[in-house]
Design a protein around this ligand. Structure first.
Ligand SMILES: [Mn+2]
Length: 288
């Protein structure tokens, strides 16, 4: 008994110091009921960690879903890359968890090492294979990363890996093109965005992926589904299912948000301001 009582909170903190001091947190400017983010790829060069830090510091939520590929274990296993800004993202998520945000982490294929710990809770972060989210207006959304549909879509795991490698290079090439255009005073233009929209196979892959995910949601008897994995933010009706993809933080810097009325929207973080691009769908309207 004495052993237990002597291990109080103070000594626990000595062994596991809090990542950041609470006084450093300024008031957040926006509140959401729920936030979904995924495909951050911490540990890879393409990761837009500064933008995400900025986003998390100015956006608050009751419930935060980390929908997979938060850490890029594939990249890290080849070459260790962990700059301060990547650590800061983890710190910010832990700070949110400590200030009352419920955090649910659904590992993806790039951070599949965490799948062994599903059902556990670390530093207030709950690990799950998938989740059922109930919106403020009572609809049920299946939340999963989405890589399990690669097989259905392509039928080959090596192809997914190859695609991943090609994507990593497209993102790098994209950064180079963007820097060159900036230097020439030209507006931002995304190469990998253009590839995704114009290369026939990519368009076909995305369509088939979205259909497969929606089909699974239909089979499970839920109203909608939230996933990540393909780095393409989306919110649209597929049959009876509302399909949401929260996008990524390698390129698009997008999140899915829910407000207190159950209204769902894709938001894009653009140099410190929150933009709501083309699609903003009232869940209730869209599902009726
Ligand atoms: Mn993935």
């Amino acid at each position: 008994m004495s052993l237990v009582t002597s291990f109080d909170n103070q000594s626990a903190e000595r062994f596991w110091p809090r990542p950041v001091s609470p006084k450093a947190a300024p008031p957040k400017s926006r509140r959401h009921r729920t936030l979904w983010i995924s495909d951050i790829h911490l540990g890879s060069r393409g990761c837009k960690a500064e933008a995400l830090c900025d986003f998390l510091r100015s956006n608050d939520c009751d419930l935060l879903y980390l929908v997979g590929d938060i850490v890029d274990g594939w990249q890290l296993s080849q070459r260790w890359y962990w700059p301060e800004s990547h650590k800061a993202v983890i710190d910010e998520i832990l700070r949110m968890s400590q200030s009352g945000t419920r955090v649910i982490f659904i590992p993806g294929n790039h951070d599949e090492v965490f799948r062994d710990y599903v059902g556990f809770c670390f530093a207030g972060v709950e690990l799950a294979d998938e989740a059922i989210h109930e919106t403020a207006d009572g609809r049920r959304l299946l939340v999963l990363h989405g890589d399990r549909f690669d097989g259905v879509v392509t039928n080959a795991r090596w192809l997914a890996r190859a695609g991943d490698w090609a994507h990593a290079w497209a993102v790098r090439a994209n950064d180079l093109v963007a820097a060159a255009r900036r230097g020439l005073g030209m507006p931002y233009w995304s190469l990998s965005r253009w590839l995704k929209d114009h290369v026939k196979d990519a368009v076909e892959f995305i369509g088939r992926f979205e259909d497969a995910v929606a089909e699974e949601a239909q089979r499970r008897g839920v109203d909608g589904v939230v996933c990540g994995h393909i780095h393409k933010a989306e919110i649209r009706q597929i049959g009876d299912i509302i399909y949401c993809n929260d996008g990524d933080w390698v390129e698009s810097c997008t999140a899915l948000t829910e407000d207190n009325a159950g209204y769902l929207a894709i938001v894009q973080w653009n140099s410190g301001s929150l933009e709501i691009p083309v699609r903003k769908a009232a869940f209730a309207d869209a599902a009726e």
